[in-house]
Design a protein around this ligand. Structure first.
Ligand code: SF4
Length: 354
């Protein structure tokens, strides 16, 4: 903690002990690196400075602000939990781990982080950085991604947690993992805890811990997408509110089956989703994108729908002008398609897209 007092980075979420701000930061940081999270954090807080302002926002506004950091269920859960806090608790933030875990999208780590950082509750919030430091500190050889090992490490840390300083302790642990005890090539020579570190004492390469099981390869999805235009407007549809990329807008389309070409899939998807036979389709190239948990290869087809062949749209479908399209919350791959086809103004991005 002395080391942390001297070396802590001046990150924007460290300026305040406000549980709302800590919560937003922790949710962002769960799947986004610090450098990329900072501008999104500042933009989110500028637009929604309080839990009340977030609760009162429209879902599509929240999703649009989240566009570019990915894992949109995080934004949907933030919004849902803000509404619970405002409607059921008059805006008062829960203070205990149990109460916090009852909110939508708040799991054990975030609940502990808020309890420790905002309310100084005597708990350890163990994310990937802290887990790595702890695993090396005790030369843990088990798989740290398993619940059993992770809980063992958290219990050990709680035994050495200093009274009334849980906020500092947790932040110091995370900072040590982020800046010194890096996943590869830990900077042991500069490490403030190396005198007590068992990996440093026992191993030629302390970075060889923690061991983890093999990662599954990311699934790869091949899909056909139809960019249909009618009178200067484009057909888009909103995805179901929950699940993958929930609530975001995209062009009609879907997976290419094992026994069909991308063009056949495009025609089939159009009929299934729009309810008419597909317009004449022209190939417009391929867009590839890697999301955090899967990769996509989108085969794009353009089509024109004449005024006398207008389909009856479903509730989640609409024709939009290019500038309206760019104001909707879009998956990054859809944004890439619009950019490739020159539809709408280029989007100003403030971080690495997800
Ligand atoms: S001594 Fe090295 S391995 Fe041990 S905690 Fe410090 S940086 Fe990590």
């Amino acid at each position: 903690m002395d080391w942390f007092g001297r070396h802590r980075r001046p990150l924007p979420w460290r300026r305040s002990r406000d549980p709302y701000r800590i919560w937003v930061a922790e949710v962002l940081l769960q799947q986004t690196r610090v450098a990329h999270a900072v501008p999104y954090y500042e933009r989110f807080l500028a637009r929604f400075p309080t839990v009340h302002s977030l609760a009162n926002a429209r879902p599509s506004t929240v999703l649009k602000l989240w566009q570019g950091v990915g894992y949109y269920s995080r934004a949907r859960h933030l919004h849902a939990a803000a509404r619970v806090i405002v409607r059921e608790r008059a805006g008062r933030f829960p203070r205990t781990v149990d109460e916090l875990e009852n909110l939508p999208g708040i799991g054990p780590y975030i609940a502990r982080a808020i309890a420790a950082l905002a309310f100084n509750a005597p708990v350890v919030a163990l994310e990937a950085n802290g887990r790595r430091v702890a695993a090396r500190w005790w030369a843990e050889r088990g798989d740290v991604r398993s619940l059993r090992v992770s809980q063992r490490l958290a219990r050990r840390l709680e035994e050495v947690l200093p009274a009334h300083r849980a906020d500092q302790f947790n932040e110091a642990l995370m900072e040590l993992g982020e800046t010194i005890c890096r996943p590869r090539d830990p900077k042991c020579a500069r490490c403030p805890v190396r005198r007590h570190c068992r990996a440093y004492a026992l191993l030629d390469d302390p970075g060889s811990l923690p061991r983890s099981g093999k990662r599954e390869p990311r699934p790869h999805v091949v899909a056909a997408v139809i960019v249909a235009e009618s009178g200067g407007r484009y057909l888009v549809q909103r995805r179901p509110p929950t699940g993958l990329l929930g609530g975001l807008y995209e062009f009609p389309g879907g997976k290419v089956g094992a026994r069909e070409t991308a063009r056949e899939a495009a025609r089939r998807e159009w009929t299934e989703e729009v309810g008419t036979s597909a317009p004449s389709l022209a190939g417009a190239g391929v867009v590839r994108h890697a999301y955090g948990h899967f990769t996509v290869e989108l085969h794009i087809f353009r089509g024109r729908v004449s005024a006398d062949r207008q389909p009856t749209l479903r509730r989640e479908q609409r024709w939009v002008r290019p500038n309206e399209l760019m104001r909707l919350p879009l998956p990054r791959a859809t944004e890439k398609i619009a950019e490739k086809l020159g539809i709408g103004e280029p989007v100003v991005r403030i971080g690495i897209g997800a």
